[in-house]
Design a binder for this molecule. Structure first.
Ligand code: FE2
Length: 202
């Protein structure tokens, strides 16, 4: 599990360099003892293959995090919150996340969730919301992002290094283009293991 401390260090260094007040508030919740590591059995998901076979971009700030993440890709406990009943079986082949800090993470915290979301190319992550306040930072992959007080809204392009804030219970969705997406997600407040609420069927 030696990849986890180096990934955490690379991630925190990159996030601090973005010099954002709200982001720094989230980072202040990091567990003080970075050695408190929980062993997690490695588990792969189909989305891993889409990451490894792709030309991943990134910004000068996020690229070291992407590199550290890809170095550990086979040793992570890849996970999924949704089932085929939520967004379909095809979505599950193109979606997954790795929790680094949190209730289930290598580094335990009940106050902060830090996870890495991966989506394959040409994939829609439909609108959903949750009680926790969230910051996303795309690390690799240009994609379209929606956030709205309503379950539907306009999608706008977001690039690696952007800071995307979702207040509690804000609807949000992602559409990837021809590249996969790796995005860092931070949660605070609420139940850090909550399954997001799906947009109701029209
Ligand atoms: Fe979210």
């Amino acid at each position: 599990m030696s990849h986890a401390p180096s990934l955490l260090e690379a991630t925190v260094t990159a996030l601090r360099s973005l010099d954002d007040e709200l982001l720094d508030e989230f980072l202040a919740l990091l567990p003080p003892d970075g050695r408190a590591e929980h062993a997690q059995p490695a588990r792969a998901l189909p989305v891993c293959a889409t990451l490894l076979g792709a030309e991943l971009n990134g910004s000068a700030v996020t690229r070291p995090v992407v590199d550290a993440f890809l170095r550990g890709i086979h040793r992570f406990a890849w996970n999924q919150t949704y089932t085929a009943d939520d967004f379909g079986a095809a979505f599950l082949d193109r979606y997954g996340w790795v929790e680094l800090v949190g209730e289930r993470g290598c580094f335990h915290s009940a106050r902060l969730l830090m996870s890495f979301l991966a989506l394959g190319p040409e994939t829609t992550y439909p609108a959903h919301r949750h009680a926790a306040e969230e910051i996303y930072v795309p690390l690799a992959g240009d994609a379209l992002w929606m956030k709205s007080r309503e379950p539907r809204g306009d999608f706008v392009p977001r690039q690696p290094g952007d800071i995307i804030h979702h207040p509690s219970m804000t609807w949000h969705a992602i559409e990837t283009l021809d590249q996969p997406l790796i995005a860092l997600a931070l949660w605070r407040g609420g139940d850090l293991t909550e399954k997001s609420e799906r947009r109701p069927e029209p």
